[in-house]
Design a binder for this molecule. Structure first.
Ligand code: TYM
Length: 332
């Protein structure tokens, strides 16, 4: 069985996009603690303006949601990135493998750097090196598969390039991973702005379904979703009808089926929205119930994370040590 690794950064409340694009695939893939590792990548949350107390709170909440979504700590390793030093140890070696030009080409860097510049905050250096830390997250475990949404594909490609380059230059050290994307909903779009991704921290929040939104809030957001001009039948066309296509993708991801085929069952947007709202509410219900139970027992979540970090350290240590020797560093 291939080893898989993936992570979510605690920069905001988790969204339906995080769930359909990533978390749900993880739950389907958890098998053994050694073959499936899932991480709250808190160091990544420090690359943009952040509130320390909020990052702490969101990290705890993300871990709780991992469990609430159905990840079983007996069948996978759940941990927090900053608890395992191997990630930053390896990131430096990979910084000595990657080039400045390569990192400046990353789409997310360009977008986020532009935003930070406009707001006058300045661009943190870690925003540029971020994908190198992400590569370290993956390579430290010899992970072969990385279940992510579409927006992380480019970062996983970079990870592959760095692994291959390191191996060629210094001898075989790293497994070369690949991204695995869900068949539908690999890129859930904002309900108010269906040409941009549903992100944790999009301006208003009106177009974002958060995993812990109450049913009434979910319904309101879905019913107010921007659809496309001209209600002349429901067709699945991501280019010409991005709003409707997004709703069909969400419906297909929640209820099963093919978005283009589902479209044939509707003559108007109203009925489609009602079905999407129902499907999302039903999808989130069990997760929200488990979250409410777990949130009452933070000690249990902490215990899972502590044991997870211990196991993760043991898995990453030998790989990172091997990389240190291969690149020319003296054994202590
Ligand atoms: P992050 O925290 O932005 O998102 C977590 C996961 O959710 C997916 N995702 C989406 N999928 C579909 N539609 C959307 N609208 C949507 N929004 C987010 C993301 O693709 C991701 O899989 N750099 C990563 C975190 C990371 C990581 C890693 C991932 C750090 N190290 C190592 C995998 C392996 C990130 O910012 O994801």
């Amino acid at each position: 069985t291939p080893r898989i690794f993936s992570g979510i950064k605690p920069t905001g409340h988790l969204t339906l996009g995080n769930y359909l694009g990533a978390l749900r695939q993880w739950v389907a893939a958890d098998r053994t603690p050694e073959s499936a590792l899932f991480c709250v990548v808190d160091l990544h949350a420090l690359t943009v303006e952040h509130e320390p107390a909020r990052v702490r709170r969101l990290s705890r909440q993300a871990a709780t949601l991992f469990l609430a979504a159905g990840l079983d700590p007996q069948r996978c390793t759940l941990f927090v990135q900053s608890h395992v030093d191997e990630h930053t140890r390896l990131a430096y070696l990979l910084e000595c493998t990657a080039t400045d030009g390569e990192l400046r080409r990353m789409i997310q860097y360009k977008e986020k750097a532009a935003k930070a510049q406009v707001s006058g905050e300045g661009v943190r250096l870690s925003l540029l090196t971020y994908p190198v830390l992400m590569a370290a997250d993956i390579l430290a475990y010899g992970a072969q598969e990385v279940p992510v949404g579409e927006d992380q594909r480019q970062h996983v490609e970079l990870t592959r390039d760095l692994a291959v380059r390191f191996n060629q230059r210094y001898g075989h050290t790293f497994a070369v991973p690949k991204a695995t994307l869900p068949a539908v909903a690999a890129r859930v779009m904002d309900l108010q702005d269906p040409t941009s991704k549903m992100g944790k921290s999009h301006e208003s929040g009106a177009g974002i379904v958060y995993l812990l939104d109450e049913p009434g809030v979910v319904r309101k957001k879905v019913m107010r979703a921007v659809t496309d001009s001209g209600d002349d039948g429901v067709v699945y066309d991501r280019e010409a009808r991005p709003g409707v296509a997004n709703l069909l993708d969400i419906l297909a991801a929640c209820a099963g089926g093919d978005p283009a085929v589902l479209a044939e069952g509707y003559s108007g947007y109203g009925a489609l929205k009602r079905d999407v709202a129902d499907a999302v509410v039903e999808l989130l219900r069990p997760l929200q119930e488990r979250h409410a139970e777990l949130a009452g027992d933070p000690a249990e979540v902490e215990k899972v994370l502590r044991e997870g970090a211990e196991r993760a350290r043991q898995l990453a240590r030998p790989v990172v040590d091997r990389a240190y020797r291969a690149i020319g560093l003296l054994e202590p």
